[in-house]
Ligand binder design. Structure first.
Ligand code: NDP
Length: 299
């Protein structure tokens, strides 16, 4: 098993989960060891290692910067997955690839199913969508897992940003009209390995290969998510400049302009994943609590 993007939130969680399950026979490569923007060296790495499973946890994830770094976002998120799919198919390997709620435009309030039409609003969303199409077309034995609002034990995420800001500022303004499910990298990693275990050795014509939505249960806004972080921090007795939850003020997307537009509805319907593989997905609050507790225990 070859993991790409070893330094990211999901890449690190995958390694921790593989180690916890004592699964042997995997290698994880960082960007310095396998650069998805360098197709020739990526091809050489894969041909030399001949993995049976490739998990691509690497991505260009800087949503706003992608608006101006279009070529790099496309190289990493669209062209590299196409290459991975081609190489995986040639090896008879499985390709696991992650994608995002940002492939949707976020209209309506119903959770998106895998069968719903995509319509990305941003360069990042477009690049991820092109990667999806390439993976589905290039390698039949693929698991394409769309997730949302990732928070992990390592790396930058909203939970960590909120903890920092709540320690510094007496008041915060947080977007309250974008809805989704914060999903922990640890949940993504453990679900990936559960699904892979069920698909081990399955032929290319098994109908269970394909696209799945993978997110924690329930949904909230960024404002609701910030409130949850505040309650966890207050219950721990952390020294906070932000004295009351009511000091987290709800604002509209339009009041917090960013270069890349975001979908207002990022809810993902996970029914297909749950029914196909018999998996239960915990509420988003559990993942937030787990990452928060880990952060506290680390200190
Ligand atoms: P991170 O940003 O935490 O990790 C991405 C990793 O990709 C980093 O380790 C980064 O390297 C690496 N990377 C970037 N460019 C390259 C490159 N050219 N070659 C090799 N590696 C590269 O992302 P997540 O773990 O959160 O995301 C995992 C997957 O989930 C991605 O496919 C992402 O699109 C998707 N996703 C993420 C969401 C989120 O909220 N984060 C939401 C929805 C989907 P380095 O460590 O050097 O920066």
């Amino acid at each position: 098993m070859l993991i790409l993007g070893a330094g990211g939130q999901v890449g690190r969680a995958l390694q921790a989960e593989l180690a916890r399950r004592q699964i042997p026979g995997w290698q994880a490569l960082t960007r310095a060891e396998a650069d998805l923007a360098d197709p020739e060296s990526l091809r050489t790495i894969i041909r030399a290692r001949q993995p049976q499973v490739i998990i691509n946890a690497a991505a260009y994830t800087q949503v706003d910067r992608a608006e101006t770094e279009v070529a790099l976002a496309m190289a990493v998120n669209a062209e590299a997955p196409a290459l991975l799919a081609e190489e995986a198919a040639a090896l008879g390997a499985v390709l696991v690839h992650y994608s995002t709620d940002y492939v949707f435009d976020g209209t309506g309030t119903a959770p998106y199913a895998e069968t719903d039409a995509t319509c990305p609003l941003s360069v990042y969303g477009r690049s991820k969508h092109e990667g999806e199409v390439a993976v589905m077309a290039g390698c039949r034995r693929h698991l394409l897992l769309r997730t949302s609002w990732v928070l992990g034990r390592h790396g930058h995420n909203f939970l960590r940003t909120m903890l920092r800001l709540m320690a510094e500022r007496p008041q915060l303004r947080v977007v309250a009209d974008q809805w989704g499910a914060p999903t922990s990298a640890e949940l993504i990693a453990s679900t990936t390995l559960d699904v892979l275990a069920q698909m081990d050795g399955q032929p290319a014509d098994d109908p269970r290969w394909g696209l799945y939505h993978l997110a924690a249960a329930g949904s909230t806004s960024w404002h609701g998510y910030a409130g949850e972080v505040w309650r966890l921090a207050a219950a721990r007795g952390l020294p906070l400049a932000l004295a009351a939850e009511a000091d987290i003020l709800p604002i509209a997307t339009e009041d917090y302009p960013l270069p890349a537009p975001r979908p207002k509805n990022s809810r993902l319907d996970t029914g297909r994943l749950r029914s196909t593989f018999g998996l239960a997905l915990p509420d988003w609050q559990q993942g937030v609590r787990d990452v928060f507790d880990w952060e506290m225990d680390k200190q």
